[in-house]
Design a protein around this ligand. Sequence first.
Ligand SMILES: *Cc1c(COP(=O)(O)O)cnc(C)c1O
Length: 431
Amino acid sequence: MKVLDKTIEQWLGEYPLLKNMMDYKPVQWLNPRYDHASKALKKLNFSISDIVDAEGRLRRFAPFIAKAFPETDKHDGIIESPLLELVDFHSHSKVYLKCDHQLPISGSVKARGGIYEILRYAEELLFKNGLLKITDPYDIICDDKIKKFLSNYKVVVSSTGNLGLSIGIISAKLGFKVYVHMSHDAMTWKKDLLRSIGCEVIEHESDYSYAVEMGRKIALKDPTAYFVDDENSKNLFLGYAVSAFRLKEQLKEAKVEITSEKPLFVYIPCGVGGGPGGILYGLKEVFGDRVHCMFVEPTHSPCMLLGMMTEYHDQVCVQDFHIDNITIADGLAVGRASKFVGKIIDELLLGVSTVEDDELKAYLKLIDEKYEVFLEPSATAGVKGFYDMLKIEAPIYGQVSITPEMVAGGTHIIWSTGGNMVPDEVRKKYL
Ligand SMILES: *Cc1c(COP(=O)(O)O)cnc(C)c1O
């Protein structure tokens, strides 16, 4: 059997790390193309003004969000999560948890990109049809007239669970008809919740990539349908990127100084790549070479690692290499990474660590017991990135070098990505 005209033996010869990946052994891959931010960012079709634009849009929508979701009222409709110091997490390194499991509205990182993309689409429709002007107070979007208008339009999305939740909740609130294509990984409670708010859930027996293909195909045939394309969406990506502006303020408030000698290290769980990719992009625009990001994937779903290491991106999937894409980390159960994201982060990402399900379970318990913070399994993956980084004993010399002293003296952020919506009985089972 061949993959892209090469035998597995040929692949293993070119990429020795594949052997451990195929044996489900945890690995740490460092990106040989990792380069200076200024150089890498220049090659992209994005600029910081795109993030500024997205941030401004979220600000315009804040009065609507505050009114439609009263839990966001105390932050005036701004959807943001706290930065929590994990005191004594490690003997000498300063470690923080970026608590996206606490993001309002949908309790996961998807409340960034997913909600942003739907707001942008709604705004475009309302502008075009003369129902909203940029100078209006956006809480008028709560009016029945607007809800009725938007009910003529459909939103379609494919998901392993959390993106569906996020898109479903915001779209239903705006009045859209919502269709969520779920992969077999999706938790029953996530499907039940969506149905309870009027979304149609289509269940697939297959994995995430197939659910995306189906959703995209069905939406394309229907001119009133808008497909949220998790594999290719610039809007999702920019919604995630806004987090970097907010984090900069939070670090300032916490009086954390970030320098090139004492940089920021950020560890983010990765599925198809949109969430972590957008966050990474934003962080690089804000902090440049003073931030270094590692993604973390399950040993059974290392799709971004596979795509980036081989540079074949979405032309290869983990199943091609007999890796089964079965993991308790449902949010990360993706076998084929986004090429759109892979190309953007090609020189911006420091590397990828992989993690076993049993380790995720241990982190879940540890963080719950020590800090009384409950995370879903996917959301704990960043912890592994941190532990792997600590193991670096010699400097990593590349275009950008990183020394053990920088790791020891730097500030570490474990990006938690979901957990607050998990129902009590499921929570108890996890613990
Ligand atoms: C979706 C998700 C991720 C990763 O985001 P991608 O855009 O799929 O890479 C990480 N953690 C959780 C809990 C998620 O739901």
